[in-house]
Every structure is written in structure tokens, then in C-alpha cells.
Write a protein that binds this ligand. Structure first.
Ligand SMILES: [Zn+2]
Length: 51
């Protein structure tokens, strides 16, 4: 597994730990289909509102 995919996997699973569901957010973030290691700005705002 490449470093990019490993980082993306961690990003995805951490997203679950803070309440995001598969497919529930932006299609370009690591939570959904985007293999880019990144959370969407919408997701970052949602996390910051919670914690
Ligand atoms: Zn998942």
C-alpha cells in the first residue's frame, strides 16, 4: 500500500471516529471517494463545531 493510500485510510477511519458516515459528505474528501488524504472544508468546520 502506498503512503498516499495509507494516509487516506487513516484520514477515513479518523473521520468515522468523529462521526462521519461513509458517503455522507463531500465526494472529494477521504471520507468518501477522494483518495487525497484530505478532509473537505465543510467537514473541518463540522469537527470544529463539535470539539
Ligand atoms: Zn468507512
Amino acid at each position: 500500500m502506498t503512503e498516499l493510500l495509507l494516509n487516506n485510510l487513516v484520514c477515513h477511519e479518523l473521520g468515522h471516529s468523529v462521526g462521519f458516515n461513509d458517503g455522507g459528505t463531500s465526494s472529494t474528501s477521504c471520507i468518501t471517494g477522494g483518495n487525497n488524504n484530505k478532509l473537505d472544508p465543510y467537514e473541518i468546520r463540522a469537527i470544529n463545531l463539535q470539539y
